[in-house]
Design a protein around this ligand. Structure first.
Ligand code: ATP
Length: 503
């Protein structure tokens, strides 16, 4: 029997299929769609906002409440004093080199243009040439050698995907921060009412480091976690929620004694990978990518990459940021950012004393995690039954199922009365009343049971129960498991426990 056969569309199609699925089932809509949308900005719908919130809660709980280390949370404002961004290096360094095609007017990030060209070379079997090209690109980028990069683009006759010409402008730096204006002056500098929309949440943690440490009486090592919006004026933004101009980050800065950063960096690499695996995400879909070109603030850095339908790409960054940020804020604010460590240094027998802590950062994009989770969960299954020996005809059937981890699923339990009559809806309502304080339930009485099951599969609901006439006799219902599609008869009283066991 060809039951439950998995049919996965080719990767490009799979990405498109996921985007369509997200729209059709209320997960993600283009922002202000009635005005034709806004590039690289998206709205989460009734299902998407639940799934996103569940990812947030899962991260928050494991990084604070359940963490072995002492980690507390904060919620800093999006607007920060503009000097923050001077001190952090974002005003001067948060740039991407870009180039425009003069014929199509299309703008490219220089590294993306070269990477796409290298990928095409690889596809033609010229792997060595592609690798050499990428290696020299890394070297040129590290030196900000725009003349060299432009020469590389010209010498290789790299073409614009739209105009197919090689008619390029010079390469320019493009700052990725959005700015806006306050009604009043915020600093004594020129353009003194300009403020930025934060391009990362980390700085809200750094500037509050001593506030939190002192009021929380925290001892090093400890962490500060935060979830919040970040904004980047991305040049190329056409990969759905993978690269957005407004997105959300879940970041944790872990403050350690100088000299212990390497050890903590390795620990956090392992811990963060375990977090992904704890959600049932397969290890084979993950890999570490160590940075060769380190950001101005880091002494070690890597990405956790996930194999999205568009290939292996960065999902999370783990950075050993040294004491760079706190040093910078100390210098620009003229406020001490020191911590007094009264633990005894075994080498000197005296307290470690005053120092500026070192920082390990774990930074994951919530929207990218959403995309990873939904890509992992999305499955198209062929459920057709072949023609039977007794001459019965082949029965075509299929379903799209989101095999979401139950803890993340927007709806945990759907309650479906078999008919709208005979008191069955009232029993369904009672079940919902008993369960809804504990988890999200959903009621549906329209359409055949089969159609209702399919709809719940497409939303990733792990359990459906059907209330039928037998329920009235013996207080049992049929529970159907999303992944196996198996059904069993269970007492109404056991439902809560069954569902909670998977959360
Ligand atoms: P990329 O190289 O893909 O631009 P990045 O290295 O600039 O990413 P970080 O500054 O390390 O990213 O940000 C931490 C995390 O924030 C990333 O791992 C990613 O998950 C998320 N993130 C960064 N930029 C975006 C974006 N434009 N849209 C959605 N998520 C993003």
């Amino acid at each position: 029997m060809a039951k439950n056969k998995q049919k996965q569309p080719p990767t490009d199609n799979k990405f498109q299929a996921i985007i369509s699925h997200c729209k059709e089932y209320g997960f993600i809509f283009p922002s202000s769609e009635i005005y034709d949308g806004l590039q690289a900005v998206y709205d989460y719908g009734q299902m998407g906002s639940e799934l996103k919130k569940n990812i947030k809660d899962y991260w928050w709980k494991s990084m604070t409440q359940l963490a072995d280390e002492n980690i507390v949370g904060i919620d800093a404002a999006i607007f920060m004093h503009p000097t923050t961004w001077k001190a952090s290096g974002h005003v001067d360094n948060f740039n991407d080199p870009m180039i425009d095609n003069k014929d199509s007017k299309k703008r490219y990030r220089v590294d993306h243009l070269i990477e796409e060209y290298a990928a095409a070379l690889s596809a033609e079997g010229k792997e060595n040439e592609a690798a050499a090209l990428l290696a020299s690109m890394e070297t040129l980028l590290a030196k900000d050698d725009f003349t060299g990069l432009k020469k590389m683009i010209d010498d290789n006759k790299m073409q614009c995907a739209v105009s197919h010409t090689c008619n390029w402008t010079e390469i320019r730096q493009f700052n990725l921060m959005f700015s806006t204006e306050f009604g009043t002056a915020v600093s004594s500098e020129e353009g003194n009412n300009i403020v930025y929309l934060r391009p990362e949440t980390a700085q809200g943690i750094f500037v509050n480091f001593l506030n939190v440490q002192k009021t929380g009486r925290l001892k090093i090592p400890f962490g500060i976690a935060q979830i919040g919006k970040a904004f980047r004026n991305e040049i190329v933004a056409r990969q759905f929620v993978f690269r957005m101009r407004e997105f959300e980050q879940m970041e944790m800065q872990f403050f350690v004694r100088p000299g212990t950063q390497k050890e903590w960096y390795e620990k956090w690499k392992a811990k963060r990978m375990q977090w992904h695996e704890s959600l049932g995400m397969p290890a084979a879909k993950y890999r570490f990518h160590d940075h060769v070109k380190l950001a101005h603030y880091a002494d070690a850095a890597c990405d956790i990459e996930y194999e999205f339908p568009i290939g292996f790409k960065e999902l999370e960054g783990i950075h050993s940021r040294t004491d760079f940020d706190l040093q910078q804020h100390q210098q620009y604010s003229k406020k001490k950012m020191q911590y007094f460590d009264n633990d005894l240094n075994p080498e000197t027998g005296k307290p470690y004393g005053n120092y500026i802590p070192y920082v390990i950062e774990t930074s994951i994009g919530l929207d990218r995690m959403f995309l990873a989770v939904i890509s992992q969960a999305y499955e198209e299954q062929d459920l057709s039954l072949p023609a039977g020996e007794a001459g019965t005809e082949e029965k075509k059937d299929s379903r799209v199922v989101l095999k979401l981890p139950p803890v993340l699923a927007p709806i945990k339990l759907a309650v479906l009365p078999l008919t709208k009559k005979d008191g069955l809806p009232a029993i369904a309502e009672e079940i919902i009343q008993a369960c809804k304080p504990h988890f999200r339930c959903f009621y549906e009485e329209k359409d055949s049971i089969g159609k209702r099951y399919r709809r719940m599969d497409a939303l990733g609901t792990p359990y459906c129960v059907t209330v039928d006439h037998q329920t009235k006799e013996d207080q049992t219902v049929t529970i159907r498991h999303r992944d196996s599609m198996e059904q069993e008869r269970v007492p109404i009283d056991s439902l809560r426990e069954i569902v909670m066991a998977g959360l």
